[in-house]
Design a protein around this ligand. Structure first.
Ligand code: FDA
Length: 309
């Protein structure tokens, strides 16, 4: 827990970012979790997953932008990604995930409006290409703004996806509100260091809360996206799907690129819809540090690779 908190704090420290990203050996470890730095790398990863029947959601890495110019670059990167996906003709099997903080959400004076203005053309381009956009969820201070953006975008593009984090106390209520027809909701445990006032602190409480929200989403008329690598949560999702006689195309499992790839293939082969979250781009530091924080074994792997450089 102490290590996890330290890594999550480090994920937001610019000086450490420079030290870690400047280390050549880091690259080998990062490659396990990130498809590459370029859009071509991302498209190659999509092509490699498709034969196994694994759908994708592409994430152009980046978060916490500090000016409008950067936010515009994020928009353009996503428009380019959608353009590059089009010739693959994967339709809804290739969507994109966006972080509103990369679209300027945190900028003072109108950050929410700016993010909405800049993400809208991405959602429109995705709809025109027959696919969707899911709005990732960041730390708890962003939840109201991000859910409000999803609600706004859903008016014209009802398949725009939301993400809920079971660690937050509010999530059971949010799950109830979002368990409606046509609504796509990815349920995850939550990757940010959150205070006790808003979030469960013990893993078993986060897991119990995950199960509660999973039941709400799987018993409702929406499209649940079960974002987890945890065998217990995945088993529970399958039990609930059977219990509620859900058609196989009415929900999906989502996992991160490079994590439990054998299980991703096994589930897809067995008839479960599976989507991999594929991050790419140069700004991988925050994403990478959150993956280290999730699993002590990843830190050991990272340290070993530095030692054997
Ligand atoms: P848990 O952490 O309990 O892990 C269960 C098992 O999974 C582990 O024992 C291990 O086998 C494997 N595992 C988990 N993490 C691993 C790792 N990093 N490396 C190797 N093995 C690992 N969070 C968020 O706050 N906002 C968001 O928008 C998203 N989006 C998102 C999309 C998708 C598709 C996924 C799968 C996850 C996210 N997350 C997220 C991250 C999420 O909140 C959570 O931090 C991770 O999924 C880890 O939680 P698990 O449910 O996998 O369980």
């Amino acid at each position: 827990m102490v290590l996890q908190k330290a890594l999550l704090a480090a994920s937001r420290r610019p000086a450490l970012r420079r030290a870690v990203t400047g280390t050549p050996a880091t690259r080998r470890v990062v490659d396990r979790f990130v498809a590459g730095e370029s859009l071509d790398d991302a498209i190659a990863a999509v092509r490699a997953l498709a034969p196994d029947g694994i759908a994708v959601t592409l994430d152009h890495l980046g978060e916490d932008v500090t000016d409008r110019a950067q936010a515009l670059r994020t928009r353009d990167a996503y428009l380019a990604a959608l353009e590059a996906l089009a010739p693959l003709r994967l339709g809804p099997a290739a969507e994109v995930s966006v972080k509103l903080s990369a679209f300027g959400q945190a900028l003072p004076d109108g950050g929410h409006d700016l993010a909405l203005e800049l993400v809208r053309p991405v959602v429109e381009a995705a709809s025109a290409a027959g696919t969707t956009v899911t709005l990732d969820m960041e730390d708890h201070r962003t939840v109201d703004s991000t859910l409000a953006a999803v609600a706004e975008l859903r008016k014209e593009h009802p398949a725009t996806g939301a993400v809920l984090q079971s660690m937050l106390h509010r999530t059971v209520d949010d799950a109830k509100a979002l368990a409606v027809s046509g609504s796509r909701v990815r349920l995850v445990k939550g990757a940010y260091d959150e205070p006790e006032s808003v979030a469960h602190q013990r893993k078993r409480d986060v897991d119990a809360a995950y199960r509660r929200s999973l039941e709400i989403l799987m018993s409702g008329p929406g499209y649940p996206m079960v974002g987890s690598h945890d065998p217990a949560m995945l088993q529970r999702a399958h039990e609930l799907a059977a219990q509620h006689s859900r058609a196989a195309n009415s929900w999906e499992v989502q996992m991160l690129y490079g994590i439990r790839p054998d299980e991703q293939r096994r589930l897809a082969a067995a008839g479960t819809r599976v989507r991999a979250y594929v991050p790419y781009g140069a700004d991988w530091y925050g994403y990478f540090m959150r993956r280290l924080a999730e699993r002590p074994a990843n830190v050991a792997f990272f340290l070993r690779s530095l030692a054997t450089r």
